[in-house]
Design a protein around this ligand. Sequence first.
Ligand SMILES: [Cu+2]
Length: 495
Amino acid sequence: MSGKVYRWLIAAASVVLAVALGIFLGRSSSGHKGERGREGVEQLVLSPKAHLPSEDARWTFAPDVPLPIGHREQRREIVHWTIREAQSEIAPGVIYDDAWGFEGRVPGPLLRVRVGDLVEVHLRNALNSLRTHNIDFHFVMGPGGGASALSVAPGEEAVLEARATAPGFYMFHCATPDIPMHIANGMYGFVLVEPEEGLPAVGKELYVVQSEIYTTDDKPGHKSFDMVRADKADPQYVVFNGSVGALLKDQAPIAMQNETVRIYVGNAGPNLISSFHVIGQIFDKVYREGDLLSPPARSLQTTLIPAGGSAVVEFTPPVPGTFLLVDHAIFRLHHGAAGSINVQGQENAEVFEPKTPRNMVPMSEDAHLGHGSHEMVTPARAPFESGVHFAMSAPAPELKATNGVTIKMLPGSGIWKKGPMQTFGPKTVTIKAGQSVIFKNADIGMAHSVFGEKGEFASPMLAPGATYEKRFDQKGVVHFQCAPHPWMKGTIIVK
Ligand SMILES: [Cu+2]
């Protein structure tokens, strides 16, 4: 056989082999798709749009969750939302001037529909908005999740019809350039698409969204968006439901002992991944990443929630108490990442029994957050549980510095509450140029810091008992505050 013929035969054989392989792969991939595909989804038979009964969709603001739907026929669910650019109180006394929100709220609404429903969204942008906005719905199978179809200039309205083709707990957000900025400023919400048979009934459902806020300092008490910090993923605040303390104290949701609590947890980001944990609980079930089709994970302590994603967690508290929601990337506590749930019921010593009188329990490292950092332990144990430990004590006599005055962080400063509260004591001091101020952390079990609001100075984090001294040589007025607790403010007058 000549070399030429030989090469021809090889080429012909290759073609035959490739065709055969292609047929084989084609068959096996179509067979594969038929067996698995989008399991539980591909069987979905869509009722024609024209025949669907219409109704106003059910949606709520956090932390509330719309009532369950359960098994029913497919429907047309009608939503009317308006986007508003507004201000929002992101921490007590701190107003954020770039709060843009669906229905003027951060986080935006939780919409609840059933798989197979047709969602008819009417999106309006308020006339006094300064920017165009839109929505990218993660539950929508279509270009941009509907973003360009729903793009609305100030005063405009747009309408989109989109089918909920798969169950899950989905984020939606504005996707107008600069997209990260629009998300960082609060333009997000969630859609719960129930499976055909609904979800098992539980005692309490909650809607919680974690997010970061990147702020620059403007006028006193006012902050606006800081692109430099956002680009570096260096948030001033990490919060649940839009602001520091949105789920604390009298705003903490109430649940009942032995009744299952289900939390739909969204992570709007825009940068951070959440290590979501509830202190003093084990999750019975976690629908990881909002996957409502696969069997849920069981007995988890902490679950990861991607930025732009979600999880659905359930736990059944056997004893009463206050239970903290945290991101267990735990330094985010310093930035506001804490919420709580108050569980009511009877003590059950078979499950949990403190053997030492609580007021005398030291801040031990075997407490739930055993990271050896006392300020971490405190919020979990004392202030939220009883309120006793932080009963305001009379300020001790001033410590006299040799050449200056002392300002103390008073007990209870780190726990925000409505009404008058102790923070710095005294709040205002007058000194002579060249004198020092000694800041002493006199709080119990909680770290604080202090910095000049115009960047005049900044202390490190001060553990309880620690002091920080700063000399002031220039005449003038210096406003200062605590970094993790922005409601702690004071003034130094240098004469
Ligand atoms: Cu926007």
